[in-house]
Design a protein. Structure first.
Length: 387
């Protein structure tokens, strides 16, 4: 890690989070442009080597650092902060074993009560500090040989846009990974061996989604100690498939207003949902997480039926603690229209990204968001009219 720090000290910082049971460092490398304020940066957490005998994952993490510091990767560093744990399980790596010497699988050491191993604790400490928009878990299929690579994602909370977005992005990642010549498959983490069939199971992928509503992807490289694709080919596959995902942090997803990863719709769907509010990435991060952790208290979020062609009224029932980071109620209507009036509980709103309304259009439809600076328990009515 020291070589990366020496190479670009204004962009790379390395620190030891914890020591393993056998006294080896569990390091985290932060890569970002320190000349740009972190206030409006997206956060990305990348973990590799949770299983000690998965060499390809560690190789991909190291080559990804090279890419981020290259001319092609440099534009990402002004808008995003990357924290990479390139070798989460160093004792297992030294022994070339899947589990730690204590028999722990670090990726499954994230119960609701918190991790117990140094490896699991280190990842959770960094994640709680970062509260990432994206979490990437790099793995390798250690007995597969010259087989296929994989891009996987966790099961999403019902009736959200998350599954659609994750599948869409995973498919794009697989397409780019296949430029290496290695075939890929894409699906959700439904096999019980990944510990991810239930949102409350203790896998790191579900931990990041459950705690922060991170976009989560688990990638697998095919490898074997004696029979494997050439190292250059495996690394190309691993880094190539990450590039389109990371580029999303610098672009705007068409169904949402702000540039950045499309994870800040906390509840519902693009046509009727609750989004994070805030003029900066850090403000929207706080809003997203507060909304996500109180999602169960939105007992009603639905339009009055039948919906009219140029008007939409949302009925909202919220029973939880006051949401102090703000909430935005998003609707989508047919046609390219203009806002006539938006009211919250009968009070007319003025244009504002944090305490009012904002609107935009795509090729065929119109979006509008009614933003409130805080949301108290009660029944609320948000009325949108267009012309």
């Amino acid at each position: 890690m020291a070589a990366f720090v020496v190479r670009r000290p204004e962009m790379v910082k390395s620190r030891t989070i914890l020591q393993s049971a056998q006294g080896r460092p569990i390091d985290a490398v932060t890569i970002t442009d320190s000349r740009v304020s972190d206030t409006d940066k997206q956060h990305v957490l990348i973990a590799a080597g949770q299983h000690g005998n998965e060499e390809s994952a560690r190789l991909v993490a190291l080559r990804l650092m090279d890419y981020l510091l290259s001319p092609d990767g440099r534009p990402l560093l002004a808008r995003q902060k990357f924290v990479i744990l390139p070798n989460v399980s160093p004792d297992a790596a030294e022994a070339d074993t899947y589990e730690t010497p204590a028999g722990i699988k670090p990726n499954l050491d994230h119960p609701l009560t918190g991790a117990t191993s140094p490896e699991g604790k280190a990842l959770e400490m960094v994640a709680e500090e970062l509260q990432p928009e994206v979490y990437i878990d790099l793995h390798a299929r250690g007995h597969a040989g010259c087989s296929h690579d994989m891009v996987l994602f966790p099961p999403a909370k019902p009736y959200t846009e998350d599954e659609r977005i994750l599948y869409e992005v995973a498919t794009l990642m697989a397409h780019e990974g296949e430029r290496s010549g290695i075939p890929h498959v894409v699906h959700s983490l439904t096999w019980p061996g990944w510990g991810s069939t239930d949102l409350n199971q203790p896998s790191s992928t579900l931990y990041a989604y459950r705690r922060f509503k991170s976009m989560v992807f688990l990638t697998e490289n095919a490898e074997h100690n004696e029979i494997a694709y050439p190292e250059k080919m495996r690394v190309l596959s691993g880094v190539n498939r990450l590039k389109p995902l990371l580029a999303m942090g610098n672009r705007r997803y068409q169904n949402l207003y702000y540039a950045g990863y499309p994870c800040y719709m906390a509840i519902g769907m693009f046509h009727t949902g609750v989004v994070a509010v805030g003029k900066t990435a850090s403000a929207r991060r706080a809003s997203r997480i507060e909304l996500w952790r109180n999602a169960e208290f939105f007992t009603k979020l639905s339009p009055v039926l039948p919906e009219l062609p140029a008007a939409k009224t949302l009925q909202v029932a919220y029973t939880g603690p006051t949401i102090k980071s703000g909430a935005g109620f998003q609707v989508r209507v047919a046609g390219r229209l203009h806002v006539k009036q938006i009211t919250v509980n009968g009070k007319s709103l003025r244009p504002s990204e944090t305490s009012g309304y904002y609107t935009w259009q795509d090729k065929h439809t119109t979006y509008a968001v009614a933003a409130v600076s805080e949301l108290k328990a009660g029944e609320h009515e948000i009325a949108f009219s267009f012309h």
